[in-house]
Design a protein around this ligand. Structure first.
Ligand SMILES: Cc1cc2nc3c(=O)[nH]c(=O)nc-3n(C[C@H](O)[C@H](O)[C@H](O)COP(=O)(O)OP(=O)(O)OC[C@H]3O[C@@H](n4cnc5c(N)ncnc54)[C@H](O)[C@@H]3O)c2cc1C
Length: 406
């Protein structure tokens, strides 16, 4: 039997907290407080998608998500699908476009538009928005709760915890949510940074810094395949970044010895690359070997592949041996980088792990330990791949939690 709560406190003015507050405020007689510790709401939202906000993905079905019990996310994601996100934001006046891979962005290409329509909606709904309000404690008080907000007590009949996770510390990512939930008896799993840069042995990345390539990636450990991905990779000072690299960071974060990243640098099988290489050698036998991949790969990357194949760059193409040609083709189709680990929570987009979902009802997101206490978004042990999936989870779980069991 759903209870009617007259005062509801939502802790955290990020994506999930804003939608939880808007949903809870649909009951006109209810006083909904949105408590945000930063000076303004939605700071992380503004940084998403490189400032463009990849707000959802048409392929964000429940089977795409991760967590100790990923099926926990299904009821929320089914009740509020990418189509619902699309409709919801259209009703708020946001125009959107779909890009490659089903990624949904605002037509304006600016995350400000997303936050602006949400701010207008909060105002229209009469949500009592309180920024610079840090919640530092929570305890039971009668059948409701007492919060410590900037060391002052605040009472609420129900609480929605929407503090986000540890990722993106400079944008407000913190462990506050886990700490607050622990005060009510909730536990968390181990936390790992996900959707972050992979650090590789420094040999090549430094000379490749800034180069982008469309590649097929594969992560192996001692010969065993752990994960694959495909798409844009960007070489950085310390390793690789970009969506296809991010996809593998979850597994790469688990660490361990013998992790190897394999990149297929051209969209052809070995035989296809061999044909292209043979054509180049036949057409330009006097050209330096360092130019073997010129016109096929970024110049700097092409030279590094030749070097990685052990071929002296100043040899004329016409004198390359069969072994050298085969090595060059192989290096291009399977360019290997030993993995050292991943960048930490500061650089990560999302937290893998979070509050143990077994202690919450998947149908309502209400705590099984403390009635009237709900949680949503990244603070829970659910995370998604790169491409709008994490915001889709934040919106969907925010709406479900904001229904307060009704
Ligand atoms: C750089 C970057 C880019 C990203 N790009 C994308 C993308 O394009 N698409 C996508 O789907 N996902 C993206 N993500 C992930 C996505 O932003 C998050 O998963 C999502 O914002 C989580 O929403 P949330 O509401 O759970 O948490 P958050 O958005 O982190 O909001 C939590 C809020 O709670 C506040 N808070 C914390 N503790 C307290 C406290 N004690 N008292 C009061 N307030 C508190 C925080 O200040 C914060 O505003 C990106 C993340 C980062 C860091």
């Amino acid at each position: 039997m759903a209870k009617s709560y007259s005062t509801v406190a939502v802790i955290g003015g990020g994506a999930s907290g804003i939608l939880a507050a808007l949903t809870a405020a649909q009951e006109p007689a209810r006083h909904v407080l949105l408590l945000e510790k930063q000076q303004r709401i939605g700071r992380k939202l503004l940084a998403t998608g490189n400032g463009r906000c990849n707000l959802s993905n048409w392929n964000a079905t429940p089977d795409a998500y991760f967590g100790s019990d990923a099926a926990f996310a299904a009821p929320a994601l089914q009740a509020f699908s990418p189509m619902d996100t699309h409709r919801y934001f259209s009703r708020l006046g946001l125009l959107t476009v779909t890009e490659e891979g089903g990624r949904i962005y605002p037509l304006s290409d600016s995350s400000n538009s997303v936050l602006d329509v949400l701010r207008f909606a909060l105002e229209r709904a009469g949500v009592d928005l309180r920024c610079s309000s840090s919640v530092d404690g929570i305890r039971r008080s009668g059948s409701g709760f007492q919060l410590d907000v900037n060391s002052e007590p605040l009472n609420a009949d129900a609480v929605v915890l929407a503090c986000g996770g540890a990722a993106g510390a400079k944008l407000g990512g913190s462990t506050d949510g886990y700490r607050l939930a622990a005060q009510l008896g909730h536990r968390r799993t181990a936390l790992r940074p996900s959707l972050t840069r992979i650090r590789t042995a420094p040999e090549y990345p430094r000379s490749l810094k800034g180069i982008r390539v469309q590649a097929k990636l594969c992560l192996t450990q001692k010969g065993e395949m752990l994960a694959t991905s495909e798409g844009e990779v960007q070489f950085t000072e310390t390793g690789i970044s970009g969506p296809a690299g991010f996809e593998l960071s979850r597994e790469a974060a688990c660490g361990g010895n013998g992790l190897l990243l394999h990149l297929r640098l051209l969209p052809y099988e070995e035989a296809g690359v061999r044909t292209l290489v043979d054509e180049k050698i036949n057409a330009y036998p006097a050209l330096y070997a360092s130019e073997l991949f010129t016109g096929m790969l970024h110049n700097r990357l092409g030279r590094v592949v030749v070097k990685a194949a052990g071929i002296p760059g100043e040899l004329p193409l016409g004198v390359l041996s069969e072994t050298q040609i085969a090595a060059a083709v192989s290096c291009c189709c399977d360019f290997r980088l030993p993995v050292l680990g991943v960048d930490g929570f500061d650089a990560a987009q999302v937290t893998a792990g979070g509050l143990e979902t077994g202690s919450f009802s998947p149908e309502t997101l209400e705590s099984r330990l403390v009635s009237g206490f709900f949680a949503c978004g990244e603070v829970l042990d659910i995370d998604g791949p790169c491409g709008g999936y994490n915001l889709q989870w934040a919106w969907a779980s925010g709406v479900l939690a904001g229904r307060l069991g009704a």
